[in-house]
Design a protein. Structure first.
Length: 369
């Protein structure tokens, strides 16, 4: 009977660990998204209070003893008081100083902290449920030891990769680039020339469109890979095999405003293992023309890169998109989509991995180094 209870307790514990693994991901997402708030004192203060209310409601709703709920509530309240006190001393006016960066980091960490505290309480609450019996210990095999060793080594490798991706240089580059972006209004107008559209229309006799996924090594791509855990984190579309008409939503390489821009293959080579993979998708002349016409319309109306949508999966206006959202939307507009998923949730890897009916044909790969 005790063994059965132990096993059931173990299942419950593992279930709760999985649930709160999601909290960890949410915490990391909130931490990174905080950089996009252009932080002022009022915004962070509102964020602290919102996070506090959220975790308090969750604490009351957990199947815990009253004493634990009170302990959680008191801990959150004390921490909120501390954050508010520090918030009153923060200065976000001078953005060229290290103090500004420190204040921003501390303020964003304050938004994440209640979720970290919540995870600590929940994991410790359930951790005593599963204590293995002597029989469990005696049946512990060397294969399990080896498997756990490999998992530990893999975890350390992932931490190393995470450290490289979320480096000070990458974060600094992203923060510096943020003022160029706008997720609420169009800032890119008419950057595609008539020469581009002439080249695109000249491909109508080629009964294919080309989908490109790339591993560029840019700071944004490296950061996105932390959340997607995928190697390829950029998607583009082209109307010709040689990629002379390749296009997507991007940051504009600091030459053009972020949004709908023509791309150059050379821009994809930003690190030692940069590469792109090209796939073809059958499309008749009317379908290709429909996509090109739509791109021409977007170019005239204006666009912006949906940097906030990478986290919140929301587009404020129709022409504010990120790369894979744009590619999927164009395919869907022409009736060429081969899987169903909300546009704002489509990742570059989805364009290949969700091709269950094998509509795509592998064409070639370019490895830059």
């Amino acid at each position: 009977m005790k063994r059965a209870e132990s096993i059931e307790g173990g299942k419950e514990f593992m279930l709760n660990l999985k649930r709160y693994h999601l909290v960890s991901k949410t915490s990391v997402t909130l931490f990174i998204s905080g950089f996009f708030l252009y932080g002022n004192r009022q915004i962070f203060l509102l964020s602290y209070i919102s996070a506090y209310i959220f975790v308090i409601i969750r604490a009351i709703g957990t199947p815990s003893k009253i004493r634990l709920k009170l302990l959680m509530a008191v801990s959150y309240s004390l921490f909120l008081t501390l954050l508010i006190s520090f918030n009153n001393t923060m200065d976000f006016s001078d953005q060229d100083t290290l103090r500004f960066i420190f204040n921003k980091l501390f303020s964003v960490a304050g938004v994440v902290a209640p979720f970290v505290i919540e995870r600590f309480f929940i994991v410790n609450k359930y951790s005593y449920f599963y204590m293995p019996s002597l029989q469990d210990i005696s049946s512990f095999s060397f294969n399990e030891v080896k498997h756990n060793k490999e998992k530990i080594i893999s975890a350390f490798d992932n931490v190393k990769k995470l450290g490289k991706r979320v480096s000070v240089e990458n974060i600094e580059e992203i923060i510096t680039d943020l003022p160029r972006h706008n997720s609420f209004r169009y800032i890119n107008n008419g950057t595609l020339t008539e020469d581009y559209f002439d080249a695109a229309y000249a491909t109508l006799d080629d009964p294919r469109v080309y989908i490109i996924i790339s591993n560029t090594g840019s700071s944004a791509s490296e950061l996105i890979s932390v959340f997607t855990r995928k190697q390829y984190n950029h998607a583009s579309i082209s109307f010709d095999l040689d990629l002379k008409t390749i296009i997507s939503y991007n940051g504009g390489e600091k030459a053009y405003p972020p949004g709908l821009n023509r791309e150059m293959i050379e821009y994809f080579n930003k690190k030692g293992d940069s590469s792109i993979i090209v796939y073809s998708l059958n499309a008749d002349e009317s379908q290709k023309k429909k996509i090109i016409d739509k791109i021409k319309e977007i170019n005239a109306e204006g666009s912006a890169y949906n940097i906030m949508g990478l986290i919140f999966k929301y587009s404020h206006r129709a022409n504010i998109m990120f790369c894979s959202q744009f590619v999927y939307k164009m395919l869907k507009y022409a009736g060429l989509q081969y899987f169903e998923k909300p546009e704002g949730k489509v990742t570059p890897a989805d364009l290949v991995e969700l091709d269950y009916h094998r509509k795509l044909n592998y064409v070639y790969e370019i490895k830059f180094n």
